[in-house]
Design a binder for this molecule. Sequence first.
Ligand SMILES: *Cc1c(COP(=O)(O)O)cnc(C)c1O
Length: 466
Amino acid sequence: MGENWRKEYLRSLPAVDAVVTVYKRTHNGGTYPHTLLVQAVQEVVEQLRQQVLTSREEKDLLAVGLGTDEVAVRVATWLSQIEQPSLRRVINATGTVLHTNLGRAPLALAATEAMAQASRYCNLEMDLVQGTRGSRHAHVEKLLMQLTGAEAACVVNNNAAAVLLALNTLAAGKKVIVSRGELVEIGGSFRIPDVMAAGGAHLVEVGTTNKTHLDDYRRAVDEDTALLLKVHTSNYKVVGFTATVKMAEMVKLGQEVGLPVMEDIGSGLLLDLARYGLEKEPLVAERISAGVDVLTVSGDKLLGGPQAGIIVGKRVFVEQIKKNQLMRALRPDKVTLAALEATLRIYLTGHPLQQIPVLAMLSMSADTLRQRANMLAQSIRERAEGKLTVDVREDVSFVGGGAMPLTQLPTTVVAIRPTQVALQEYVERLRTGTPALVGRVQDDWLLLDPRTIRDTEEEEVILCLM
Ligand SMILES: *Cc1c(COP(=O)(O)O)cnc(C)c1O
């Protein structure tokens, strides 16, 4: 019986038509399509109905306006929210360079310009000199050959697709031999055994988790074997007593038993970064010169380009891969190819360490980072007028994207704590602002790592923080 108030509230929810009328009157007739407006009103009224139904006491509802005018105001807010793009720019202050949730590699300026050009009509599959049909792979194949020393190359949607397509082409219905120490899972959904099954190949595991020898591979070869596969353990390391087979040895075995050798290398490193304090990662060109037949690589990890899967290797195999029917389902679009071409061209003729953001961030010196952190902290302090406590401290940045899991790059961060609101509330406001700002929360401080903040973004960071 004590629920009479609830019935009263339910009865006083306004009719959809009435709200539509009020909205149109108060918004110059309304600029949105009528059906969208009706949908907005229905959703808003339904949300209010649910609120009434789930409130425990009448006083929870006292502040909720159910008048037609008040509901029309809510409708206006609902409509302005659907105008906000879902995919928005984020300033990455986390210090994780290849942040998978933030879209991995930020692209070089030349790549974004090439994307805009290619987004119109372009010669994606036309040879402009001959006036005949061309191949979409041609725009990057030559560059990839020059940069890696490979005989041929093609590109698909991502590295997972590259592995799937290569396995399907080279080993469908046949056996593929892999070390037990290399059955990796990347990012929760890419697992070598599952990709193998999806490609129609049969997995033969050899060796143990920590040690696999050449003889383990040799003994497993039989007449149903189609391929020897190595997988780079990008996101973990087996330490202690370990043994893996070097590519050159695998290639020798492959020649001995008459089987191709494939490697999924993941990261796609084209330049040696060891002198910047980064772990030794395999270089693409190194593997090609060791004689690997097929190599698959990510476009948006250490290569610093768009999401893509790159297949390089011996011409005879790459040509088979290009002709696989699945290529049609996995091929990249013109915008991706444009970004990849522009990125690769920087490696060939430009200044990759300056022009490719991922490489610039990874090679930034500790001195530069300290200076940038100090200057940023200074500006924030001056503008915050006591609303923020600002500190500077030594910390570490990470490579991310499942690459170089053990590398901790020394950095200096700006540590911030709001004095008038709770940290949680402040961080949420920054995350939902325009642009969004995402940092790292640690021990009640918000940490901003200048490594992943472009210097052109520093002024925006300060504005976001105020
Ligand atoms: C990252 C990675 C993949 C998956 O690549 P995507 O481009 O994300 O599809 C596959 N294999 C290895 C070894 C990797 O490091």
